[in-house]
Write a protein that binds this ligand. Structure first.
Ligand SMILES: CC(C)(COP(=O)(O)OP(=O)(O)OC[C@H]1O[C@@H](n2cnc3c(N)ncnc32)[C@H](O)[C@@H]1OP(=O)(O)O)[C@@H](O)C(=O)NCCC(=O)NCCS
Length: 159
């Protein structure tokens, strides 16, 4: 992601996120050197984005989104896979994220990539449609294929 992408990312996030980030927040992440990637950058804008930050030995997924007309094509899976492959090159142990309890698409994606539900934050998201709990998920920093056969991987969130 380059500086010129930020307004496009912020505008897409504004359009699709239950809890959108401001332009300044995206600019700050780029300045901090956080992991920031876009799926496709064209003169028309971008189709998807992913932001994550390394804090000590923990990766935190901050935002991931795909334009509605580009969903179901594997863009988010590619963004997540690229990020998880990048985490292997860093001195880190665990990746964390939060997902809204009603977000079936994201839940499916994260579970399929080896994230495990570890807790719930009450009323974590607030918006025009009301409050929503978040499920906290974690995943050890390991090669993606090595997690697929892990027997404790759930296929749905037990919280
Ligand atoms: C969640 C999101 C990023 C997924 O993007 P995407 O590019 O459509 O996802 P992909 O095409 O890579 O699909 C990933 C998986 O999710 C599944 N999926 C997609 N939409 C789904 C839905 N509505 N319900 C259940 N599963 C769904 C796909 O089938 C795919 O799994 P598969 O490979 O086993 O078939 C997208 O829906 C989005 O931007 N949502 C709004 C922002 C958001 O909620 N971000 C996450 C915040 S925690």
């Amino acid at each position: 992601m380059i500086v010129d992408d930020i307004p496009h990312v912020a505008s897409l996030d504004q359009a699709i996120s239950f809890h959108p980030w401001s332009l300044a927040m995206f600019q700050e992440e780029l300045t901090l050197g956080s992991y920031c990637r876009v799926a496709v950058a064209t003169t028309d804008g971008i189709e998807g984005y992913l932001l994550a930050r390394l804090l000590w030995d923990e990766w935190h997924l901050l935002a991931v989104g795909v334009a509605p007309e580009k969903r179901g094509l594997g863009l988010a899976r590619t963004l997540m896979t690229d990020w998880l492959n990048h985490t292997l090159t860093t001195p880190s142990r665990t990746a964390f994220l939060e997902v809204g309890t009603s977000n079936r698409a994201a839940e499916h994606l994260y579970l399929s990539l080896g994230f495990i539900p570890i807790g719930r934050r009450k009323n974590y998201y607030s918006g025009p449609l009301g409050n929503e709990d978040a499920i906290v998920m974690a995943r050890p920093i390991q090669r993606i294929g090595s997690l697929h056969d892990t027997p404790q991987n759930p296929t749905s969130i037990p919280f």
